[in-house]
Structure formats: C-alpha cells, structure tokens
Design a protein around this ligand. Sequence first.
Ligand SMILES: [Zn+2]
Length: 422
Amino acid sequence: MTLDDHAEELASDLGVDTQEVRRKLEKMAEYNVPMSEAKQSVRREYGSGGSGTEVPTRDVSEISTDDSNVGVTVRVLSVGKRSIQYSGEREVIFEGELADETGLISYTAWEDFGLEPGETVTLGNAGVREWEGDPELNLGEATDVERVDEPLEVSYEVGGEAALAELEPGDRGVVVEGRILECESKTIDGRDGKTEILSGVIGDETARLPLTDWKPRPQIAAGESVRIENAYVREFRGAPSVNVSEFSTVTPTEQPVAVAESAPRYSIQAAVAGGGIFDVELVGSVVGVRDGSGLIERCPECGRVVQNDQCRSHGAVEAEDDLRVKAILDDGTGTVTVILDEERTAEVYGGGIETAREHARDAMDREVVAEQIREELVGRAFRVRGSLSVDEFGANLDATTFEAVDEDPATRATRLLQEAQT
Ligand SMILES: [Zn+2]
C-alpha cells in the first residue's frame, strides 16, 4: 500500500479529511516512524482507536516506550530550531530536552509552541515514541501546552550551554563558546544544488571539534571567539561535530576564549573504545610499519594509492609520487595505525620526495624508502597527536604531531600498567 492508500483508508475510517491525514503520515514517515505506529498515532490524535482511557499523568522517569500518550509537567532545558524537508517543502521543527525532578527526556515539537528555555510547562497529551531505544516526547496538534508560573527545580542546566568536551552526537539546541581555530569555505552538492558552506575547527579549554556552518556568516573566521546559540551536534568519523544552521545565532564574545594547548591524553584502548576522537594524544611504541608506506604512488584524479599505474576507479593513470607512513603504535592496552602525511614522513625519513626518488633509483627498488623508515621508527616510543577514527578495518590516527619521547623504561612500564587499568 502506498502512503496515499493508507491515508485514504485511515481518513475514511476516522471520518476526517484525507489530505490532513496524509500530511500527518508523511511527516512521520519523514522521521522514519513505521507506518503502523504512525497510523496508531493519528488515530489517537483524533481520539479513536485508543482504549478510551484517559491520558496518564507521569513523572519523566516513569515514561517508557510502552506509553503511547502522556501528560507531564516539565522544565524546558533547550529549544533547537531546525528545518527538515519533505515532498519538496521545508518544514520547521523544534527539538531539545525537557526535565523534571526525576529525569530528563528529549522532545520534538512539530508546531511552534513558543517554548523558551527555563520555562515550566504542563504538556497535556504528548505522544511518546522510541528514539534509539529511549522514549522521546512528540508535541503536535493534539498536545496542549500550559505555562506554569512556579518553575520546577531541576538538577540539569537550563539553556543548553555546554563545554565542547560535553557534546555528544544527537545533542540539539546547544550553546557553545569557542575560538575558531581553522576555517575554510567549501562548495558542496547539497539538496538545493551547489551550496557554499564553512568547514573548520572550534576549540575551548576542554576540546577541539570540527565545525560546519551551513549558512556561512562573517563572524565564523579563523581566530575569532564566538558564542553560538542553537547549534546541533552530529557524528563525524565517530566524533561529535558542531553544526551551525540558518537558525543558529553567532555573536562575538567579549573576551577571547581560551583554548587548551594540548589534546587530552588517552590510553589506546580507551580512545578506540570511544569510537573516535577528533583531537587526542597517544603515547606508545612503534611496533611495525605497514605495507603501503614510504614512496607510494597515487591516482591524480582521486588520490587513491595505486600500483602499476592502475587506479580501481580511473584505470590506467599517470600516477603521482607521494610519501606516507602507516605505523603501528602499541601502548600495551591496544594498537592503532598512525598515518603520517608527506611532510611528517619527510621528517622521519630525513628527506622529501626528490630524495626518496633518488634513493629508490640508486637501489633500483622503491621499497628501500619504507625500509629506512622502518629502521628509524620500530622499537622507539612516540607521542602522537591527531584525529582518531575507528571503522570495521581498525583504528587510524591521522597525525598532526609525531615526536619521539625519551622515557625511562621503568617509568614507561609503570605508566603503561596504570593506563591499562583505567
Ligand atoms: Zn583514481
């Protein structure tokens, strides 16, 4: 059955307007609500199909995914505004977090109830749906929002303010203050055709995170300290990234925001378990250098590493030389592959591409470059800083800093033991 069929059937069943029902179903389909659940929800909205019982009043901690509709009194913690798209139309929705004395719950409002962070409201007939295993409130046409004068005391921060290290993918309506450390303009193929966006890095005293501004504005520029209101957080290569939308407000801060000089240090095990960290420091020994290191060749079209001038996507190409290291770093708790780019490889190899080419020519073997790098690195301890990503093939760290550490072996053994236990 198509969505139209479902809508027609349901509308005639309920004795209401088909287009109206269709619109509701479509909106929920946009949010991947299963059709059966969506139809139940519409039935409830029109006061049919339920068991005829009253909507139960609940504390936040009592709300479960078994509930279909609840009444609840909550403090509004955050209000994020976002536009979604369905059937070629833009629709503005609101989302964020609500809390009472017993707990916290996220919500999506399909209409503008004018919710403000800090105010306390009684929600009559809020829908409950499951979102990644947890209950979430859905506020729609059937929901009554009643302002309560006496604010609820809650143990959560109102307003969505967060330090960068506290952000998690899925957070909405957040407020952050940070310094823009890097920023560049990019053209992407978005849903509205070619779109200009800003891509960069934001930092505060707790962390550095990637940042995307989907509606480029002049306040977001390298070196600027800014307060961003109503941002949302997405996952980028396993780590949180700050997203600035058309509804976000960006203002300069009065004082420059301090940014931590060093990256947080993790054991490899803990770092990998987190699924990805944008800026992290690891210390360990290089126990091996993988194939595909040294003087390599790349496709000029796509940048992939090629062999015998054959690219998997572009066939026969005139490959370009490059330098790279894929080193296996081990700290006793786990291993990651540390990737050094051309510049950092040249440092550990002791020469650039030209030197490597001569070296290979003299030996009549390109492998001599990787061999020399192996001899230089294996068995030594290094402090590495960079961006860690984890996928099904393992953990990779794109290094921005790679330096040898001279550590007393006994100190090192103790440290590794301690890190292994945390
Ligand atoms: Zn290619």
